[in-house]
Design a binder for this molecule. Structure first.
Ligand SMILES: [Zn+2]
Length: 456
């Protein structure tokens, strides 16, 4: 069982980040000084007088991490949608529609987390793998089980993975099997409250490194009473909220027929939209829904790989960004089989290109395509990092003073690497090669809040 790592004093090397949508910035040969709270205190050129003094001081104190030429520091990757208990079924049953996948595969698996030993082994392995892939912040769905969800919080805190974690609430007898549902709306709310109190009282979590998340699974799984209760709880506590919204034809249509309005409008009615809310998917949200998202500050977790399997459509990502909706990326394990946000950044580019080109060659070019739907590589990188931080309203995803030092080190010179970088590659080319060519083997080291939490 690894102990909580200590904070690195300073890092000297070259970094790439995307401080705003579509804008790439190279911080060449820079020294990043890190404070005791894990935040970046200052960034200076390593050869500047201030930088040289910092390097000398930290070198003398043996608190300097010096990166090698050809290595690149990136902001830590942010996963806005991951179902922790579904880790064992990645890649399985993806040929079924969402409602069948849930009832026949996912609910039986999630019900097994009543067994705390099983939960412990899966969650340890999951957190280990996400960190190894460079995911420094994760927004987790757990299961309905309070002890297993508390264990996930314990593991993330001990491993120093920044995490927002929800104990899943689902009480609707028509859509949740008897073996895997809350006994009542009141019981689901009570367990949610208990989990919030547990996380807030966790020893070592005084700064809110681990955050509790109010998590109605999605409207079909929950009674109106439960949704109203959780909306009131969200207002009373200010906690983050996560749920699914308008993912597929079935989910979108189901909510409309039950509630008489769109998924987004229904969630708003239940009091569940806020600056701290993240909605997974949102493929079928309409123009009026977008207005509600912008007015409330609600964010979208775009899960491009999962969408190819379960959503019946591609998210009109660029039109959401153009209307200033907060959007970040999610793996949607296990609807998406990859634990890598880098993979999903690639998929976000590809799905936006598919939307722009159209996919059915029998359709006339003019009717099969959607104008101006594509995103570029720097935008995908921004979605994977800074935009995820914005959606969560956390100071992560960018290298600047006051922001947390959450980072991964990309190293092209490792065995099994597909990545080839040339010394004279301009920053934009470096980023393109990393987005399209880097994989887990290239993630040499990972830091969260200034702590080195993974080395390969
Ligand atoms: Zn999901």
């Amino acid at each position: 069982m690894p102990a909580t790592p200590t904070i690195t004093g300073a890092v000297l090397g070259t970094a790439l980040h995307a401080p705003s949508r579509g804008r790439l910035e190279l911080l060449a040969d820079s020294v990043f000084a890190i404070g005791a709270d894990g935040a970046i205190e200052s960034i200076h050129g390593g050869a500047s007088p201030e930088g040289a003094a910092l390097v000398a001081r930290h070198r003398a104190a043996r608190t300097l991490r010096e990166l090698e030429a050809g290595q690149y520091l990136l902001p830590g990757l942010i996963d806005l949608h991951v179902h922790a208990p579904q880790w064992p079924q990645r890649g399985l049953a993806l040929d079924h529609p969402l409602e069948v996948w849930l009832q026949q595969y996912t609910f039986p698996l999630e019900s097994r987390y009543a067994d705390l030993a099983f939960a412990n082994s899966v969650y340890e392995d999951l957190v280990d793998n996400l960190l190894a892939n460079g995911t420094t912040t994760a927004l987790y769905y757990a299961s309905i089980h309070l002890p297993a969800t508390q264990r996930l919080a314990d593991i993330c805190l001990r491993r120093s993975q920044r995490a927002l974690i929800g104990r899943v609430a689902m009480d609707h007898p028509d859509q949740c099997p008897a073996y895997y549902r809350d006994a009542s709306a009141a019981a689901a709310e009570a367990d949610t409250r208990t989990f919030i109190e547990y996380v807030e009282a966790l020893p070592g979590n005084a700064r809110g490194f681990i955050k509790p998340v109010i998590t109605p699974r999605f409207i079909p799984s929950c009674t109106d009473e439960l949704l109203y209760r959780l909306g009131a709880l969200a207002r009373a506590t200010g906690c983050h909220v996560q749920t699914h919204c308008s993912e597929s034809d079935w989910a979108h249509g189901f909510v409309h027929s039950r509630c008489g309005v769109s998924d987004t409008a229904a969630l708003n009615r239940f009091g569940l939209l806020s600056r701290n809310t993240i909605l997974a998917h949102g493929n079928f949200i309409g123009d009026d829904d977008i207005g509600l998202l912008v007015a409330s500050g609600t964010g979208i977790a775009h899960c491009p790989l999962s969408n190819f399997y379960f959503s019946d459509a591609v998210l009109p990502l660029r039109s959401l960004l153009d209307r200033n909706v907060h959007v970040g990326l999610g793996t949607d394990i296990a609807g998406g089989a990859s634990p890598s946000i880098l993979d999903n950044a690639r998929h976000a580019i590809l799905s936006s290109r598919a939307l722009e080109s159209g996919v059915d060659p029998r359709q006339d070019r003019a009717t099969r395509r959607r104008e101006s739907a594509r995103i570029d590589v720097p935008t995908a990188f921004w979605l994977a990092t800074a935009a995820g931080g914005i959606a969560l309203d956390l100071p992560v995803g960018v290298f600047k003073p006051g922001f947390q030092f959450d980072a991964l080190l990309i190293d092209p010179e490792v065995p099994g690497s597909n990545l080839r970088l040339a010394a004279d590659d301009p920053p934009h080319d470096v980023l393109q090669k990393i987005i399209y060519g880097a994989s887990r083997v290239n993630v040499r080291e990972v830091w969260v809040a200034g702590r080195s939490v993974h080395t390969a």
